[in-house]
Design a protein around this ligand. Structure first.
Ligand SMILES: NC(=O)c1ccc[n+]([C@@H]2O[C@H](COP(=O)([O-])OP(=O)(O)OC[C@H]3O[C@@H](n4cnc5c(N)ncnc54)[C@H](O)[C@@H]3O)[C@@H](O)[C@H]2O)c1
Length: 335
């Protein structure tokens, strides 16, 4: 009894999920694909085995055989597809962001919050990373005492074409926003963005690096370095400082090479190699949860709160001032 899945959007992320569903996820079958680029969707369908192809995502969501949907089209399309899934009563794993604006996220919350069960999960896969999970287990077990500070770094060797200073916040730092809310179990209430000297290696006019300071409702301060032209590799760091100790992500797994008087480990080239096991766990746990009738991953509320903080980060970057996050009241469904 495999879960029959339809995937909207067959670009980078869609293909990444489809390939995994077709090869290594248990109890899942991709039965339908949709993309505005139908020829691309047809090529992906052939590679993935038998799957129907639609040019319109709404037709895929309305396909009676499709039991659950993955939305991997661009962020501006997420609201309409997620709302259509809720209206059809179908579970949906929506890639981040839930939607690019808080108003759009609130419309999704409004549509889901009246239900007795959740349908929406947002693709914040860091919560499925072994390192972050071990950090959370350690913090929750009281190993480091009450949290005070978090230090994070999000470094990419080079930005993709068209990447902007705002996207360093809305596409990159958004992962630290989600994972720090989850680790701490606290909401972020304010953001300030500092801009040091631009790297001479950053593409014009990118303000790179940036330093983001986030404040939580529990009094914790979180600093996040966002540096997308760091040259040397994809490097994600996180250390949590508590009253009686600290807990941090481990150094990269893999062999340690000792050679010619040096000892070294590899730095991952990109987010795919760094977080591949987390993407796998995210998908497998979502499939298992949907089959059990229980969705436990990042919720529409998490998607909303994260977009709300990212929006204020962009405001703080533009104004150079501290921006206050004003969250709506959290519906009971998300308690
Ligand atoms: N969780 C993560 O770590 C992570 C990583 C990368 C991307 N993403 C997210 O995944 C989503 C897709 O990103 P991507 O890198 O795959 O982009 P992409 O441009 O490679 O692919 C998007 C695909 O959607 C199609 N599309 C455009 N409009 C559409 C519509 N209205 N209906 C259906 N299909 C449509 C495009 O033709 C394209 O094939 C984005 O929201 C992005 O933020 C998440």
């Amino acid at each position: 009894m495999a879960l029959k899945i339809g995937v909207v959007g067959t670009g980078n992320m869609g293909q990444y999920h489809i390939q995994r569903l077709a090869t290594s996820i248990s109890n899942a079958q991709v039965v339908a694909l949709s993309d505005v680029d139908v020829e691309q969707a047809k090529r992906v369908a052939e590679a993935a085995g038998e799957a129907r192809v639609y040019s319109d995502g709404h037709q895929l969501i309305g396909d009676d055989e499709v039991e659950a949907v993955i939305v991997a089209s661009p962020g501006f399309t997420h609201e309409e597809y997620t709302l259509a899934c809720i209206a059809a009563g179908k579970p949906v794993l929506c890639e981040k962001p839930l939607a690019p604006t808080t108003d759009a996220c609130l419309r999704v919350l409004d549509a889901e919050a009246g239900r007795s069960d959740r349908l929406v999960q947002v693709g914040f896969m860091r919560r499925y990373d072994d390192g972050y999970r071990a950090m959370k287990a350690s913090l929750d077990a009281g190993h480091v005492g009450s949290p005070l500070l978090m230090h994070c770094a999000h470094r990419n060797p080079a930005p993709p074409p068209g990447f902007t200073s705002d996207m360093m916040l809305t596409d990159s730092v958004v992962h630290e926003i989600d994972v720090s809310r989850w680790l701490l179990g606290q909401e972020i209430i304010a953001a300030t963005v500092f801009t040091p000297r631009r790297s001479s290696l950053a593409a014009e006019p990118l303000q790179d690096p940036q330093l983001v300071l986030l404040e939580t409702d529990g009094g914790v301060l979180i600093d996040v370095e966002s540096f997308v032209s760091c040259q040397y590799g994809y490097d994600i760091r996180c250390e949590l400082v508590g009253e009686s100790g600290t807990v941090a992500l481990p150094d990269q797994v893999g062999v340690r090479l000792r050679q010619e008087g040096r000892s070294s480990t590899e730095v991952p080239a990109d987010w795919r190699s760094r977080f591949a096991p987390a993407y796998h766990a995210e998908l497998q746990e979502w499939v298992d949860g949907v089959l059990r009738g229980e969705i436990t991953g990042p919720s529409a509320w998490d998607g909303y709160a994260t977009t709300a903080v990212a929006e204020r980060c962009v405001e703080a970057l533009e104004t150079g001032r501290r921006a206050v996050v004003d969250l709506a009241e959290r519906p009971e469904l998300y308690d």
